[in-house]
Design a protein around this ligand. Structure first.
Ligand code: SAM
Length: 375
């Protein structure tokens, strides 16, 4: 791929609009926001900070209600408050109060004439958005997600079940695949949004010439492979995930000859002989022992010239209020995994017999580690 400008116009051609901001500016913007957020928080007296922290959960409730009511799709065109409330058969006053809060948070916007319009956030929640972020809203506001967090305290006891197991009597993937498959569908949709954003970054940044086949290990719905094939149509794509997950994916629905899916567990074995393996947000789901076991199976599947690309967001060495810190708590409440520092990733790869060849900062702020067999 050529310059960032070339890839941006390709993005326009592939998706009809730019989806992911250019790499470096996106990362600078994140740093600037963190700095300003630090000031904003330090300036507030402690009681205000406590209330702000508690009221932050209202954002999640409002996003959930907007998605439940299908407000984002109702805002393909601007509409008056009354028109929208009537269309949704809602009490006008209640609806206006909800929309006022939503506008104050930029989830929607209200113009000078009082008409409700889609904001950038509304557009990202529309059902035809390139990356389906409404899946994340459904996932992170579901009762089963909440139940795991309610068990965070008891689930941290030295002995006994993890928070998720205390809440649901089984682990996360047992729950989403066997106990409550509807939760699995919601989880796959949520993961697709992030996978699409990461895949656009990988499509732009990595070299794909000379790569014939790519296997996405723990690839969920196959959304990342779909993006990569749109950018690089010469690629043969193999989706590998648990049988239930590949079974409900529509990755093969279009009948493309250059796509295959394989159901199985990466703790048993990984399909062998592909040029590049992807592991997007997979390693962080697991403790060190399991992570080394699955990375070892990827190494075993790789030929001497193959590479694996592990995408994760390394945790800072010191406490920082960022995506990795939040994701670390998600891993504690929902899975048996953790977010790791860059050094911890280095040690994990080397224990699994892998050496980092290159690393790339993606526009999302995640790092793509290109690793190969240690010689
Ligand atoms: C956090 S999701 C990431 C999905 C996708 N890579 C992405 O970036 O959106 C982890 C994925 O690992 C899959 N997974 C969990 N256990 C697995 C196993 N034993 N073998 C294969 N895949 C597994 C899950 O089904 C899920 O799709």
């Amino acid at each position: 791929m050529g310059t960032d400008g070339t890839t941006r116009s390709l993005e326009q051609a592939v998706f009809g609009a730019p989806v992911v901001p250019p790499g470096r500016p996106a990362v600078w913007l994140t740093s600037a926001r963190r700095l300003l957020q630090g000031f904003h928080e330090r300036l507030a007296p402690p009681p205000v900070r406590i209330l702000e922290a508690l009221f932050a959960q209202l954002d999640a409730h409002v996003l959930r209600v907007l998605v439940e009511l299908d407000v984002p799709d109702q805002l393909v065109r601007p509409a008056s408050m009354a028109e929208l409330a009537d269309r949704l058969e809602l009490d006008h006053d209640s609806f206006e109060r909800l929309m006022r809060y939503a506008a104050a948070r930029n989830f929607i916007s209200i113009d000078r004439r009082g008409r409700v319009r889609a904001s950038g956030i509304t557009k990202a929640l529309q059902s035809d958005a390139v990356a389906p972020w409404r899946g994340w809203v459904r996932f992170a506001t579901s009762s089963w997600f909440d139940d795991a967090f309610r068990n965070l305290g008891p689930g941290m006891a030295a002995e006994g079940p993890s928070p998720f197991e205390a809440a649901h009597g089984t682990d996360f993937f047992g729950y989403t695949n066997d106990v409550n498959p509807d939760a699995g569908v919601v989880f796959d949709q949520a993961m697709s949004a992030g996978a699409i954003v990461q895949a656009i970054g990988l499509a732009r940044i990595l070299k794909w010439d000379g790569i014939g086949s790519v296997c996405d290990v723990g690839g969920g719905s196959g959304a990342a492979l779909d993006v990569l094939q749109r950018y690089h149509p010469h690629l043969e794509a193999v989706l590998f995930d648990l049988p239930e997950v590949v079974g409900r994916s529509d990755f093969l629905a279009g009948g493309q000859a250059d796509r295959r899916s394989v159901g199985g567990s990466f703790f048993d074995e990984v399909p062998a002989g592909h040029d590049r393996y992807l592991l997007l947000a997979v390693v962080h789901d697991w403790d060190d022992e399991s992570a080394v076991s699955l990375l070892g199976n990827v190494r075993h599947a790789m030929g001497p010239a193959a590479t694996a690309v592990v995408v994760e967001t390394p945790r800072a060495d010191r406490p920082v209020h960022d995506f990795a810190a939040a994701s670390d708590l998600l891993m504690l409440a929902l899975a048996s995994g953790r977010e790791r520092t860059a050094q911890e990733y280095g040690r994990l790869f080397s224990t699994a017999g892998l050496t980092i060849q290159d690393r790339h900062l993606l526009p999302s702020g995640a790092t793509a580690y290109e690793v190969a067999m240690t010689r």
